[in-house]
Structure formats: structure tokens, C-alpha cells
Design a protein around this ligand. Sequence first.
Ligand SMILES: Nc1ncnc2c1ncn2[C@@H]1O[C@H](COP(=O)(O)OP(=O)(O)OP(=O)(O)O)[C@@H](O)[C@H]1O
Length: 238
Amino acid sequence: MLELDRVVKHYRSGGEVVRAVDDVTLTVAGGEMVALYGPSGSGKTTLLQLAAALLTPDAGSVRFDGRDVGAFGGDEADDYRRLDVGFVFQEIELWRGVSAQENAALKLVADPVPWKQARKQAARWLERVGLGHKLDEVPEHLSGGERQRVAIATALANEPRLILADEPTGSLDSRRGRDVLELLRAIARERGAAVLLVTHDPQAAEIADRVHTLRDGMLLSEAPEPPLPARRALDAAS
Ligand SMILES: Nc1ncnc2c1ncn2[C@@H]1O[C@H](COP(=O)(O)OP(=O)(O)OP(=O)(O)O)[C@@H](O)[C@H]1O
């Protein structure tokens, strides 16, 4: 569903060229959750921005459902982000003084979705993340974990087929973090959405379907080591 093929992205800063993403090939299928680890500055955020059509690659291609995302013009990129992509960030931007339900519903007003229906869809997602009892609560009265779940419901309110998450558990304790990761994986499974997650959270390695590591813009590891019996079989075959 999301296919990055030999993607390169440079930045120029003060006469120097930084190869932020260096020949990365990565696929995330529908229904799959892929986690991306890597030290600070390794290119994780740049990779998400390429997937979101916020940046265009200098070489290689980014495709979603066969469409060349890197070649989108401004309007196409806006439509893609509005209709196909859901973002979950660590830094949560919610409107103060506006209820959880209306925060999530506001995401949909750019679409021609009537307000009543937007509120209904928002309520459904808030129930899905376990906040059905806090629909009328304003963010100031919610805990950090609850606000994170409102942010997830907001990101998912338009039923995106691609979910891009940048450190979605960064501000949560490990139990809440695990809940968020399991929720994202469940949503991938239920809706056939592709989830690409950038994280430092070690729990993601157990929960994600695949784990990759980025270093200096290069993708180091493919799938995790196969289990021991499979490795023995592979050794025997080689
Ligand atoms: N707008 C920019 N201009 C110049 N260099 C940039 C720009 N954005 C990122 N970089 C550089 O590109 C490299 C990759 O940055 P990126 O933000 O993608 O890494 P990251 O893995 O997400 O880091 P972190 O975990 O700290 O968020 C770094 O060397 C960074 O300094």
C-alpha cells in the first residue's frame, strides 16, 4: 500500500549537504504496522514527511496505492493528507475550551461532512479509544494519556488508510504506551490500514509486525531475526 523505493532526501544547511534519507526501500502493506527505530537525527521524521507528501524525494519514489505521492502538486498533496492520511504526534495539538468530541469532529469540517455527522463519527472514534464517557470534557480536564487518545481519535476520524505516527507514546507511561500501540495495531488489522510508526519505545518491537532501524538515513535492518528453529533450518539449507 505504501511503497518507498530507493528514496533519497538531502537538506542543504550552511553550505553542507545532509543526506537525511539515503536510498531507503520500505513497504507497509494494508493491515500491517511497521515500527521505525533510530537515534536522533537518523532521518525518521524526514521519512514520515516524505510518506505524507510534506516533502518530495530528491531521488526514488514514494507511492501510495500505486499513486506517485512524490509527484503530487499542492492540491493533490492536500487532498491526500486530508482524505488518506492520519497523523498521530507526540505533541498533541488540541483546541482548549473545546470538548473532546468537537476537537475530533473539527478535523472533518474541511470535508463536506455535515457537523452533526462529524460529531457522530468523532464520538464513535472516542468510544473506540475508551473515552466514550468523556465526550464533553475539555482537554484541560483530561490527563496526558487521555489527551493522547483524543489525538488518536482525531487522527482517525476521517478513517485514513495510512496512519503515520511520530513518537505516539513519548509522553505516556509504559502501560498507557502499550495501550496506544495495541490500539494502532488493532486499527491496522480491523480497517486494513497501513501504520508506519517512529518510536523509541522498546515495546513497539513486540507489538509491531515488522521493525526497521534507521542510521544516518540508511535502513539497517529488515525484519527482526527469525526465531531460532527457523534460523537452524536456514543454516542447514545454506
Ligand atoms: N529542515 C532541515 N534543514 C537542514 N537539515 C535538516 C532539516 N531537517 C532535518 N535535518 C537534518 O536531517 C537529518 C535527519 O533529521 P530528522 O529530523 O529526519 O531525524 P530524526 O531521526 O527524526 O531525529 P529525532 O529523533 O531527533 O526527531 C538530521 O541530520 C537533521 O539535522
